[in-house]
Design a protein around this ligand. Structure first.
Ligand SMILES: Nc1ncnc2c1ncn2[C@@H]1O[C@H](COP(=O)(O)OP(=O)(O)OP(=O)(O)O)[C@@H](O)[C@H]1O
Length: 619
């Protein structure tokens, strides 16, 4: 693999291709009568007696056509359906979508998906990676396997240069609590990630929101240049300045899901003038359009109510524009180049192994601060030394103390990895959804890399803990017993980690997953055979799935044998008769190994299956 920072000087000397070059396979985007309905649950105690759910129509028959080289801006007030339509056109919307959307006359396919760039409203980027690292990792994952790693790095460098990111290429992206690059630079990084694949179709959800007008202008100019290279560019925008407005080739105006205008940006004012709506004073066209979409006519004298204005605009659209648009979208395209000509075999740009290696390296880089978190390491070391001191050189004469230490092992190393792992997938949800919906990698390569990247540190900490406490506390002085105890502990850590991964992936909400994790692990601990020796029969099943029970049993097995005695009062007693050992038994160590091994696999399979729903539109 290439070293990203070492390779980053490539772009200076050579620019392999410009992102503004012509695309090979232009795409004509057509959408006819797009209707989208959702079901909203009627929740709350006040609505107890009403119907369980209501239907809400978000898009009410939107039609349009965008040609290669055109930049379409979708305007409308907040909640008018812009993002919903953009997501539908980008092939990322599940649920009840009516009407037809075609790309060069074909429906959306996985090949089309790989030729589509989609920039979401919120920039979903890793905060601890630099601009160069972000784009290089994306290039390594998204560019075809026919290119070498060095060529991919050069390509990323050329995108950095062309999007004007050279000045901040070594800065980290940053996040809410971490200072990084500016909002405009972050947006350009998001656009750059999509430009790497040189898409024929580019969708952007409010790429200028939150930016000053000069930065917004720069971004729209970039999009305009990208469109000029034969791309079909569709974006949503809230309130563009008049400078920006005249850069749009086409404009779609929405109001509560109804189209009010679709056509050339240069003709929009004439159209509204023609149907009797014109601004009373010279104003920014987008302000005027938004007023109209909100049902506010600038003609103060009429004092019409907002619904009447909207109704008038909707019927004017139906009688003046709808028919022509319908006819236009039904026209056969003389476009011969078909996106489906792409080789069907290349569903993924890179091999499974390449994806795994890149994702593994990216994971290590992004989480190096977490893995080597001094607070986490300090916490484990302090507890290890405290345990060592509290149980200092206890021997079998203090069987109760020793078995208490073993039970503490199983409890502490049940909870600790569980709570580390619970955060894994909820924290990555948005990134996974974004990258999976653009067909960047297989779920299996992501899953393996994500779970394995954390493992070295996850296993190093219990190993250090065990080395410190085992010898300080004077547990059985035999290498064999030490290794047995260490192996048991590591196995148990991996099972608890798996449970944390599964809960995080299933619930995808940190608060609920943490509560659920605490309840489950506490139940396992209570049923571990230490506190309650005779678990009632009707709840005895919990023993079989309790991580603590199996870990405790194996740890006891590593220290004591049948028939071994210990001094109790004035006499000697059998360890077999010590209540906590008697209740869980010294036999059937193998069953506990098998049970833990099954749980190790089972929880990971559950996590994997739960992740399959992320980044895939709901049916
Ligand atoms: N899954 C959903 N559940 C409930 N409501 C939804 C859902 N999806 C969309 N909506 C509703 O549909 C309407 C349109 O949403 P959308 O995000 O498309 O609007 P928008 O025009 O992009 O708004 P904004 O400019 O504020 O981003 C909103 O009222 C929104 O609340």
């Amino acid at each position: 693999m290439v070293d990203i920072e070492a390779q980053s000087s490539y772009g200076k000397s050579s620019s392999p291709s410009s992102i503004f070059n012509k695309v090979d396979r232009p795409v004509i985007l057509k959408f006819q009568e797009v209707v989208y309905t959702i079901r909203i649950k009627n929740e709350g105690w006040l609505k107890k007696n009403s119907d369980k759910s209501i239907e809400k129509q978000i898009l009410k028959g939107v039609t349009g056509k965008v040609l290669p080289g055109e930049l379409l801006a979708m305007l409308g007030p907040s909640g008018s359906g812009k993002t919903t339509l953009l997501t539908a056109l980008g092939g990322r919307l599940g649920g009840k979508l009516g009407g037809t959307v075609t790309y060069n006359g074909k429906s959306f396919s996985s090949i089309m998906k790989r030729n589509t760039g989609f920039v979401t409203q919120d920039d979903v980027l890793y905060p601890h990676l630099t601009v160069t690292e972000t784009l290089v990792f994306t290039a390594l994952l998204r560019l075809p396997r026919s290119l070498t790693s060095q060529e991919k790095v050069m390509h990323a460098e050329s995108v950095i240069n062309q999007l004007g990111l050279t000045r901040c290429k070594t800065s980290i992206i940053g996040g809410p609590l971490l200072r990084g690059v500016s909002g405009g630079e972050r947006k350009r990084v998001s656009i750059g990630q999509e430009m790497l694949i040189n898409p024929s179709l580019l969708f952007l959800d409010e790429p200028t929101s939150g930016l000053d007008s000069t930065t917004a202008q720069r971004i729209v100019s970039t999009l305009w240049d990208l469109a000029r290279g034969g791309r079909t560019v569709v974006m949503t925008i809230h309130q563009p300045s008049s400078r920006l407005f005249y850069m749009f080739h086409k404009v779609l105006l929405l109001s509560e899901g109804n189209p009010l205008f679709f056509g050339k940006g240069s003709e929009v004012m004439d159209y509204f003038n023609h149907i009797g709506f014109s601004p009373s004073v010279a104003m920014n066209p987008s302000d005027f359009l938004l007023d109209l979409a909100n049902g506010i006519s600038s003609d103060d004298s009429s004092q019409e109510d907002q619904n009447t204005v909207t109704q008038k605009l909707v019927s004017a659209y139906t009688s003046n524009l709808a028919e022509n648009l319908e006819a236009e979208t039904l026209e056969a395209d003389d476009h011969q180049d078909d996106i489906s000509d792409y080789k069907k075999s290349e569903r993924w740009s890179t091999t499974w192994w390449q994806q795994f290696v890149v994702l593994f390296r990216r994971g290590l880089k992004e989480r190096r601060h977490e893995s080597f978190d001094s607070l986490k390491i300090g916490q484990v070391l302090i507890i290890a030394f405290l345990c060592g001191l509290l149980w200092w050189q206890s021997d079998v004469a203090h069987l109760q103390d020793q078995s208490g230490l073993l039970f503490f092992y199983s409890g502490f190393w049940g909870f600790f990895p569980l709570f580390q792992a619970i955060f894994t997938f909820p924290q990555e949800r948005e990134m996974l959804a974004k990258e999976r919906s653009s067909g960047m990698y297989r779920l299996s390569s992501y899953f393996m890399s994500r779970t394995l990247a954390d493992l070295p540190m996850e296993l190093a900490l219990p190993t250090v803990f065990c080395i410190i406490t085992y010898w300080m506390a004077g547990l059985k002085r035999a290498l064999e017993s030490f290794l047995y105890a260490l192996f048991t502990l590591l196995l148990s850590v991996m099972v608890s980690q798996g449970l944390g991964l599964a809960l995080g992936a299933l619930v995808m909400d940190l608060k609920s997953a943490t509560v659920l994790g605490s309840v489950i692990m506490l139940s396992f601990t209570l049923a571990g055979g230490y506190y309650v020796q005779n678990v009632p029969a009707f709840i005895s099943w919990i023993k079989y799935i309790s991580i603590s029970q199996h870990t405790y049993k194996l740890l006891i097995g590593s220290q004591y044998e049948h028939g071994q005695t210990y001094p109790c009062g004035n006499q000697t007693c059998l360890v077999d008769d010590y209540p906590a050992i008697k209740s869980i038994g010294l036999d059937n160590q193998v069953i506990s190994f098998v049970a833990l091994a099954i749980m190790l696999v089972f929880y990971r399979v559950v996590a994997y299956l739960a992740l399959m729903r992320i980044g895939v539109p709901k049916k």
